[in-house]
Design a protein around this ligand. Structure first.
Ligand code: COA
Length: 259
């Protein structure tokens, strides 16, 4: 079910799923992951919905996992279905097309989500970033598998190991998105594409999506928890505690004393 931080609107058989926590730059909490997973599951089962449009607020798509929530997370085993993993797997397996409309920061899972949607449009001022190492953890959402295969090892290493922001033009160059648009036009453009998909023959669309994704099949279900075991465990370690504490205290982290 939706919460105040995840809102839904059905327009022309397109379910608009909006991250709506602008005061925290749409950082994702456990409750938001649960709401997103529930909404995606319902949309997948509801014949009225033909396409899902995932978006954020005007000046921000998503600043990644909520940092304060990160500090509360426990270590897991690969079989645990915690809210974040349920969300990841549900989106990865939605049978209907998913379109993303992105503006402003798209950080962490806000970027890796692109590996699991079907069409993605970003505003020219969008900044993508994979700062997992910067905060003492490793990348997630099967990005350690897909990124090197999509953009090559050295580029994947650059984006994940240095963890520096990259532009929408660069994301287009890496084929992570379909097009870069003026910021004010992103949502309407993405909605028009989603509405167009909603008019396509639905069974043909679902079969095409399933075939396009067939090669990744069980891999996604295997890789998502395998990465998660590492990042959940690393969240308990001193490097992450230093990085996350520094963010909340609005200071630079200091890793100089770690081996
Ligand atoms: N988790 C929790 N709170 C977050 C957050 C996150 N991931 N990202 C931003 N916020 C909060 C800030 O703490 C701040 O809260 P406050 O007003 O109560 O102090 C508010 O959102 C605004 O963020 P701020 O940093 O002041 O905005 P900005 O425009 O200068 O920068 C970002 C925006 C997204 C670039 C920056 O906040 C950022 O880098 N966030 C962390 C991203 C991250 O490392 N995510 C984890 C990825 S694995």
């Amino acid at each position: 079910m939706s919460t105040e931080h995840v809102t839904t609107e059905l327009r022309d058989r397109v379910l608009i799923l909006r991250l709506n926590r602008p005061d925290k730059k749409n950082a994702l909490t456990q409750a938001m992951y649960t709401a997103l997973a529930d909404e995606l599951k319902q949309a997948n089962e509801n014949p009225t919905v033909r396409c899902i449009l995932l978006t954020g607020t005007d000046d921000c798509f998503c600043s990644g996992n909520d940092i304060a929530d990160f500090l509360q997370m426990k270590t897991i085993t690969p079989s645990d279905d915690v809210p974040v993993l349920r969300f990841m797997k549900t989106l990865a397996h939605v049978a209907k097309p998913v379109v993303a409309a992105i503006n402003g920061p798209a950080i962490g899972v806000g970027t890796t989500i692109l590996l699991h949607v079907d069409l993605a449009y970003a505003g020219e001022k969008t900044r993508f970033q994979l700062p997992f190492v910067n905060i003492g953890i490793c990348p997630e959402y099967a990005s350690t598998y897909f990124l090197p295969r999509m953009i090559g090892h050295v580029k994947a290493a650059e984006l994940t190991m240095l963890g520096e922001p990259f532009t929408a033009a660069e994301a287009l160059d890496y084929r992570l998105i379909n097009a870069v648009l003026p910021d004010a036009e992103v949502f309407e453009h993405a909605l028009a594409k989603a509405q167009r998909l909603a008019q396509q023959p639905p069974a043909a669309l679902r079969t095409t999506k399933a075939l396009l994704k067939r090669w990744r099949g069980d891999l996604v279900d295997e890789i998502i928890p395998a990465e998660a075991v590492h990042f959940m465990s690393m969240l308990q370690d001193a490097e992450a505690k230093e990085a996350l504490g520094a963010f909340l205290q609005k200071r630079k982290p200091d890793f100089s004393s770690f081996d």
